[in-house]
Design a protein around this ligand. Structure first.
Ligand code: FAD
Ligand code: NAD
Length: 478
């Protein structure tokens, strides 16, 4: 008998959630994780908890308070004296949240009887090589080398920042997302290569704290993944806040000198040079499978290095599964976790399932951006006829009381059946509002269903209601 029914390689939101669910289902489960913090502690939680979702949201929250205290309170008739920033305290708060949450996963492992195998794991050939081999996972960690056997292995090794030759990370002047969460003083000038999700979120953090931020984006279009109208509204608001967004800008070289990082880039006006105190490189992420044995053992990967699975998360090798950022699809923590649950349930003989069509996206800037389902561009390209309904937050009483009137909700519904096909929000608390749309779409709702549901007054959710009414051209407050 194998040592474990399931060994999960990787303890991020894909892996640790898969491990907890597998253990809940009575499977003898271990999770291999070797993430080491800058202070030398081993930690669970992966990118998300250590250098991703959680620390970035902590900084976004703190920096938004700083911005509001300086520029937002006056309109409410509240005057404060000079507002001072204690950056070390702000960063310590973020670090405290991270260590509480990563420690919390350790607690969840204990509660659910998941064994944490500390170190980096490597999948090796099964003992038997027959139709249902017992896999081996060798682990190198602080306690040396050991090997365990497993009936099932779940690969959840995540992703890492995509490097570019023109701007090699030195961890001091030119940094990736991890470095950008921990500058020890606010850079006067900050360059960001890539105006994607990380660039916009972390660019916003440092702008609010006082940096002059320039984003250099290679694509001629801003936020190409989002609905075009949402992207245009967000671009307008970000620019008004002072983010200098240069589109169609290709960085050709960087040079670190005494006065900072000199960046050479080309755009439609020709070649330019700009010098920044710090430079963040945020040009996407790539699957991380180095050292995990994936290639050596013959796990099928696509041309971009993502592990290929079927709809249940099963790879080409028997009883070897994969979830999260190391597999194709959006690199989002909730997508990774849901896949983890799905795979654990499939291993336990249940009908695990993850509805990839209704994975929400959120960008936690101000305004927030959130969407689920298809954009107008995608629907047009697919030749699907649809009706669109929009409602601006400017016409919503709660948004007015919050001084958050920019942006709108847009709903797209099938012209024939009225089934919701996409919902796009730019504005206050879009991250929370989108859940209503996710639930509606997961249940196959029509825009008429949302139009007939009572929404609390006054609330931002009334904009969801009104956008649903707008699909049928019967808004009440516009
Ligand atoms: P990861 O979280 O990357 O975890 C993989 C783990 O596997 C790592 O801990 C790694 O150490 C471990 N590992 C790798 N190889 C081995 C091995 N051989 N042996 C043992 N362990 C191994 N997503 C959101 O949904 N919302 C957000 O707000 C959000 N914000 C983000 C902000 C930033 C700055 C970044 C960088 C990302 C953000 N993301 C966000 C994306 C999110 O972090 C990822 O989608 C998510 O972490 C993927 O989970 P995962 O478990 O697949 O991989
Ligand atoms: P991204 O794909 O969101 O954005 C990268 C941007 O860099 C794109 O706009 C791309 O066109 C641009 N780019 C690529 N190469 C370039 C180059 N050489 N020069 C200039 N621009 C270039 O990737 P990201 O911002 O690095 O984030 C990685 C992933 O992490 C995201 O796709 C997302 O899945 C996840 N993430 C999610 C959240 C969230 O859910 N709120 C937050 C942060 C990160």
């Amino acid at each position: 008998m194998a040592d474990f029914d399931v060994v999960v390689i990787g303890g991020g939101p894909g892996g640790y959630v898969a491990a907890i669910r597998a253990a809940q289902l009575g499977l003898r489960t271990a999770c291999v994780e070797g993430w080491t913090t800058p202070s030398g502690q081993l930690a669970l939680g992966g990118t998300c908890l250590n250098v991703g979702c959680i620390p970035s949201k902590a900084l976004l929250e703190s920096s938004e308070h700083f911005e509001q205290a300086q520029h937002g309170l006056g309109d409410h008739g509240i005057s404060v004296g000079s507002v001072k920033l204690d950056l070390q305290k702000l960063l310590a708060r973020k670090d405290g949240i991270v260590s509480t949450l990563t420690g919390g996963i350790q607690g969840l492992f204990k509660k659910n009887k998941v064994e944490w195998l500390k170190g980096f794991g490597r999948l090796e050939k099964g003992a038997s090589g027959d139709a249902a081999p017992v896999w081996q996972v060798s682990i190198d960690g602080p306690d040396g080398h050991k090997t365990v056997s497993a009936t099932h292995v779940i690969l959840a090794t995540g992703s890492r920042p995509r490097p570019i030759d023109a701007a090699p990370i030195d961890g001091k002047n030119i940094v990736d997302n991890a470095g950008a969460l921990a500058f020890d003083k606010v850079p006067k000038t900050l360059g960001v290569i890539g105006a994607g999700v990380i660039g916009l979120e972390l660019g916003s953090v440092w702008r609010r704290l006082g940096s002059q931020v320039t984003l250099l984006e290679a694509m001629p279009e801003f936020l190409a993944l989002a609905d075009a109208q949402v992207a245009a509204e967000a671009h307008k608001q970000f620019t008004a806040q002072g983010l200098d967004i240069r589109l169609g800008a290709t960085v050709t070289a960087t040079k670190v000198g005494k006065s900072g990082v000199e960046v050479t880039f080309k755009d439609s006006d020709g070649e330019h040079t700009a010098t920044f105190d710090k430079l963040i490189v945020a040009v996407g992420r790539v699957p991380y499978t180095d050292g995990s044995g994936v290639r050596e053992i013959g796990v099928a990967c696509n041309e971009r290095g993502f592990i290929v699975t079927d709809a249940r998360g099963h790879t080409n090798l028997p009883n070897v599964w994969a979830v999260g950022d190391c597999t194709p699809g959006p690199m989002l923590a909730h997508k990774a976790s849901e896949e983890g649950v799905m795979v654990a349930e499939c291993i336990a003989g249940q009908h695990g399932h993850c509805d990839h069509a209704v994975v929400p996206w959120v960008i936690y800037t101000h305004p927030e951006i959130a969407w689920v389902g298809q954009t107008e561009t995608q629907l047009k390209a697919a030749g699907i006829e649809y009706r669109a309904g929009s409602f601006p937050f400017a016409a919503n009483g709660r948004a007015r009381s919050m001084n958050a009137t920019g942006g709108f909700v847009k709903m797209l519904a099938c012209a024939k059946t009225d089934r919701l096909l996409g919902v796009h929000i730019v504005g206050p608390q879009a991250s929370e509002l989108i859940s209503e749309a996710v639930v509606a779409m997961a249940f196959g709702a029509a825009s008429e269903d949302l139009a007939r549901i009572v929404h609390a007054h006054p609330s931002l959710s009334e904009s969801m209601h009104e956008a649903a009414l707008a699909v049928d051209k019967r808004t009440l407050h516009l």
